[in-house]
Each structure stands twice: as C-alpha cells, then as structure tokens.
Ligand binder design. Sequence first.
Ligand code: DGJ
Length: 547
Amino acid sequence: MVIKMNKKLILIVTLISLFPFIVSGKSESKLPHLRQQGTASQLIVDNKPFLILGGELGNSSASSLSYMKNVWPILLKLNLNTVLIPVYWELIEPVEGEFDFSIVDNLIYHTRKNNLRIIFLWFGSWKNSMSCYVPEWIKTNRERFPRARDDKGNALEILTAFNDNNLNADLKALQQLMKHIATIDKNHSTVIMVQVENEIGMIPVARDYCNQANIAFRKDVPMKLIDYLKENKDNLMPELHDLWAASDYKKEGTWEEIFGKSKSTDELFMAWHYAIFVEELAKAGKKEHDIPMFVNAALIRKGYEPGQYPSAGPLPHLMDVWRAGAPSVDFLSPDIYFPDIEEWCHKYDQKGNPFFIPEARREEETGMKAFYVFGNHNAMGFSPFSIESTDNPEEDPIGKSYNIISQLEHLILENQGRGKMAGILLDHNKKQEEIVLGGYKFIIKHDFTLGWSPEAKNDTWPLSGVLIINTAPGEFYVAGSGIVINFETIKDDNSKAGIARIDEGEFRDGQWVPGRRMNGDQSHQGRHLRIPEKVYGIQKVKLYTYQ
Ligand code: DGJ
C-alpha cells in the first residue's frame, strides 16, 4: 500500500515537473514559417526570427551514417547553426511502397544532439537535371516510368515531367517523408525547411520531346498562366514580357502562337511543366507538414542559350512562370558558383522573392560573401557547398565569418528589411565603393589601397567583405575583413564627419564587450576605420559632425 502510494506520488510529481515542458513554448511553437519585416522575408523558427548560418553537405556524405560521425564535429567547429542534407529517394523507398526512414531519424537525432537545424533537400525525381537518385525499381521500368527524350527521340536519364506515374510515385514518397517528419519533429522544429528536388533543368535540349510532351506543346497555353500574365502584365520579368509583347499580348493560342517559335519558348513551356509538377509535390508535402519549401537553380553561364545550360529551372527570367505554376513553393533560390555573386543576388533578391542561398562555391573567399549577403540583401541564410570539406575547420574562413555573424545575429535580425544595413565586397577590380547609411557617407576601400601591404602590388587582391549596421544616430557596428572606411556627412553645409571613438570588441550572449579603444594608430589618428586583411573583426564606431 505504502509502495503504491509512493508510486502514485512519484507519478504526480513527475507529471507536475514535466507540465511546463509539455505545455512549454516548444509544443506551442508554430511550425517554421516565413514572415515579412519591412522589405525582408524572415524565417521564423520557434516563434522567433532565425538566421541560417548554413552549409550544404557533399552529395554522398549523408548516405553513410558512419561517415557522418566525423562530419558533425566539423560543422560545429565551423560555427554553423544549420546543415543542408539530402534525403535520397532510392534509400528511403528501396522497394516500392516500403519506406525506411532510419537514416532520416538518425540525421535528425544527431542534428538535435548538436544543437543544429536541418534543411532537407529532396533528391527525388531530379538532381542536377538527371534522375540519378530515383529508386532502381523506377530506373529499370521505362514503360511505367517513362523518360524525357531529346529532339531526335533519344531517351535521356531524366524522368519526363509529363507522366502521371512519375508524378504520383515522387509525390507519394515526399508525402511519406513529410508525414514522418511531422510525427517525430513537429514539436521540435529541427527540420526548418525542405528543398523540393535539386537543380531541376532540361539538358541538352530546351524542352522534352517525348510523345506526351509533344502533345502538350501543341495544346493552348493554360488559362492559369494567361491569367497570371494578364494580372501582372506591367510587372513581368523583361524576358517574358518581350516574348509575349511580340504577339501583341495574345491571350489565347499555343505556346508558339503566343510567345513565338524559339528556344526561349521551348524553355518557357518546359518551365511551366516542371513548375506544375513541383506544385503537386509541395502541396502534398505541406499538407502533411506545413513548413517552408523552396527550389534551387543551376545558373546560366554567360553566352549560353536554352538547351546549353540546365534549362527551365527556377531561373530569374522564368520567375513569373514558376510563381504562376507553383504557388505552394515559397521561393526560388540560386546556387552561386560563378564569381559575379552580386549580379546573381540582385536577380534573386527582387519582386518580393524571399532571399536564401542554399549553395555557394566553397573557397577561401566564401566567408567574405556571407558578410555581403546578410548586409546587402537581407538574406535569410547562406550556405557554402560541401561544407565538411576542410582539413582545418578551426582556421577555416567560413567558420571565422560565421563566428562574427553569429555574434551580430540579434542585430541583423532586428534590422533586416529596415534600411539600416549594408554589405560590400571589394577586390582588385572594385577597389572602392561609396554608400550612404544613417545620414553619413561611407567611402569604403580595400585594405590594400593603403599600400601598406607588400601584396598590394599584386594584380589580384583577396576579396574583402564588410557588413555595417546602424544601431543609433551616429552609431555603427562594422564587421568583416580587409577594409578601410572614411566618413563624410551628407549635409550641404560644409560640415565634416568626425570619429568620436572606435572600439573593437565582441558580443557575448548578446552584450557588447568592448576591447581596445582604437583612436590612435589603428584609426590613423581618427582619419578612418580599418579592419586589416586576414583579421576578422567587429568595431563599433561613433561619429559626430563638426564645422
Ligand atoms: C550543384 C548541385 O546542386 C550539388 O548537388 C552539387 O552537385 C554541386 N553542384 C557540385 O558542384
């Protein structure tokens, strides 16, 4: 009896002590979702804005859990808070209708244990255009799961988007995956977003020429797209607008009647069909577990034409087609491997497209790009590819940049979309840039313009990056590496900008902890603010004006 009483008591005490946890913020948290702040789209996780300091794993790493054992510590040393991990269709559904989520469970378990978040990449029907990750029972059954064909009728290693068996098989698998994630993760939000497919694109021709595709190509352009064109006529991407204008904005007819006969029309048609395929997947997946979903694109090499690059993917010139065809997809994102990162950022950071870079080339200078995308584009996140490929994570430039950015995270999130931040990249081709922020003009130069470094004589300079946040009148945090800044007023009254003080320092638990006062040699006796090349730092500057 006494023992029974004790057991009851223990149960009651346990329930009371667990009560706050059961009803805590965790279980009350809404699922991850997007929210607008000023001009920025923010990702909300556990009811708070979240900045993705991410990295994408190399393609094969997550297929082996023992391989992953060595990867987790590297991710932590790089100061990541999020890891982008593929889910391979062939591994979760090796036999049709029989799902094995052990690999997914293990990845979620370790992600949680390491206090990270996951963005899953659904390697379903398409991975870099190809269908290399579809299960063998699909690959080997061409009758049931037909392929796309080129203009000569040759079968490609690409599933056609024009077949219901193909769509339904992919849809069922993604649906099961999302259902499983909901079961184990809805009170944790370890999985914060899902990328649907990977770098969809048609190659080496701009469109599919299988029978079903040819039939669709001869049909009228769907009214859903026509309605979108009509509603957004004055705001379409210029390439699409021009194609449509050539037919004097025809509102009925086949693809070629409305947009003309060209490879661009072939690509447009294909983009629509990829988009409506993906829409079905995203809709079905979100029904099971409603978290943000996005698509990513392989970008276009300069001078390439449709068919020469992976065509019809979520590329900037096709943004309208993807939006009209796949409204359940929250945003389109670029995989930036080309050096002209600024140009591509501007192309994706427009027309309200929430901005996230799921893949960026991993190189010495990638860390600098992180300062730029967070400072200049209100990015939700950044993620170099093959993040685990480093022999020395402690000294890795990405880890150093993420260390600085994670200290500033609260300020970045608070100021996103409010016109209080700037981000700049500089090198030998662009040695200087001027911006206006918080009522002052910033003349930002590459550190080598001072000529103090012997390397300044070289023809190429390492990329420098800076992120600036205006936190109060005349007060700015300047973070980055390899820059020197002079300040001017923007007033028309002969007044000048003076440096009241510069402190280097760091944020600890969100509190600014100043280090050295930099008003002497380090600021050239109050003439400039400088973070030398190879130094990763934060400096707080207070400006004033005088006449
Ligand atoms: C872009 C793809 O999305 C990745 O999966 C990977 O294949 C990289 N390219 C390789 O550079």
